[in-house]
Design a protein around this ligand. Sequence first.
Ligand code: ADP
Length: 499
Amino acid sequence: MFDKILIANRGEIALRVIRAAHELGVKTVAVYSEADRLSPHVLAADEAYCIGPAPSAQSYLRGDVLIDVAKKTGAQAIHPGYGFLSERAPFIQAVRDAGLVFIGPSPDAVTAMGDKTAARSRMIDAGVPVVPGTKEALADSAEARRVAGEIGYPVLLKAAAGGGGKGMRVVQSEDEIERAFDAAGNEALGAFGDGSVYIEKFLEGPRHIEIQLLADRHGTTLHLGERECSIQRRHQKLIEEAPSAVLTPDERSAMGQMAVAAARAVNYEGAGTVECLYQNGEFYFLEMNTRIQVEHPVTELVTGIDLVQWQIRIAAGEKLPWTQDDVRFTGHAIECRITSEDPFNSFLPSTGRIGELTLPSGPGVRWDGGIATGVEVGLSYDPMLAKLIVHAPTRTQAVERMKRALLELRVDGVDTSVPFHLRVMDEADFRAGRLDIKYLEKHEELLAAGPSDEDVRVAALAAALLEEERRQMRTVARPSSAAPSAGASGWRQMGWRAR
Ligand code: ADP
C-alpha cells in the first residue's frame, strides 16, 4: 500500500478520497486554488499546497504543477477524482513517466473509450449491443442524410469527441438534417477542437441505466449492479438510485456481463462505469466513463463495497477478494445532487458565502459534501456543492427517508436545488418508479416558480404558529401589530425548513 497520495481535485470528491485514504492508513496531500483556501478538503488533508489562481486552467488543470507537488511531497500516487484531469490520457502518461502511480486505468484504456466512434467500433467487435447508427464519423451532410434515411427518423447527431451533452442534435425529419449536421459539427469543434460527428437512432424516452465495474490487474472484473440515472436536465443527472425499479435479476445479470465484456475489451483496471440506454427490456451501450462517478455512493450503500478505497487498493496492486456471486445487493439507495442553482429560475447559478449549515443525520443518511460555513461559492467551478444520499430497506422507505433528510438540511447563503428535490420526492410518477430521460420534460410543474403542495403545507403551519404567537401576545397585552404577517412570501422563507 502507498504511504502517501496526492488528490488532484477539490470539493466533495477530494474530501471523499481523503476519507478513503485515511481509513487505509494512507497520508494525503491536498492541492487548492487561491479561491479554495478555506475549503474542507484543504483542512482534512495531512498537507495542502496552493497551486494557482481560481481559474481551473491555472490551477486544477496544471498537470505539470500537480506532478511537481507530488514529487516534492513524496506522494507515490495521484488520485484524479472526476472531471478535471481524470480522463486525460496525456496526463496519465505524464504521471507514469514521472515514476508515480495514476489511481485509475491506463492511458490506452482511456483513449480507447474517449473517442465515441472508436469505442462504438470496439464494442461492436466485442459483441456488445450499441444503438443502431454509424461506426465512423460522417463525411458530410449528404452521408448524414443517406444514413438517417436508412435507420429512420428521429436520429441523433453526436460529436465523436463529445461529453456533457455538447455537440448533440436531435433531428426529427429530413429537411432539418443539413442544418443540424453543421450546427453539431461547429459546436463540437468549438468545445473539443474536433468537429467529427456520427449518427445514432434517437430512442424515444429510454431510461439511462449504468453499470458499475471494478477490475484488478490480476484478471478479475466484476460488475456491482446498476444505477438508474434517468432524472436529468439537459443531459446532466440530478437524482440517481440503486437498484433500478425495473430491472429483473436476469436483465441485471445480462447488462452486467455486457459491461464486463466492454471493460475486458480495453484491459480495463480500476473503477469504471458503462452507461446504457434501456427500453422495453433492450439495452444499448452508450459510453464508458473511465473514472469514479459522482453517483458512486448509491452503489456503495447497496453493495457495502467502498469503491474509492478499492480504487486505491487496485492501484497499489491488490487483488479483488470476491467472485461475481459474492456481490450481493441490500436495500435501496437514492442520491440527490445539491447544487448552488435556482431550480425555479432555469437552474441559474447562485453565488454567495455559505452561512448557517445544518446537515441531516440519523439512520441511513450520508452527506458527501465539500462546503462549510464561511466558504465562498463563486462561478469558477461546477455548482455541485454536495450529495445527499440515503439507504433504506425498500424504495418507498428510501424516498421517505430522503424527504425527511432534505427537510433537515439547511444551507443559507445561496439558492440550492433542495426545494426541487423535495418536490420530486412527492411526485406520483417518481414514487411509482415510472422514470425515463424525458421525466423532467413531462413534469414541468416541478420547475415552476411558486409554492408546491409541500410549500403550502409548511406555509400553513407557519401561519398557524404565527397566529398562535399573536394570540399569546395579545393575552399579555402587547401590541399585536409587531408580528409580521405570513403573507405571500412566507412560504419562501419558511419552505423546506419546517422550523
Ligand atoms: P455525453 O457524453 O455528451 O454526456 P451521452 O452519449 O452519454 O453524451 O448521452 C447523454 C444523454 O443523452 C444520455 O444520458 C441520454 O439521456 C441522451 N441520449 C444519448 N444518446 C441517445 C439516443 N440514441 N437516444 C435518445 N437519447 C439519447
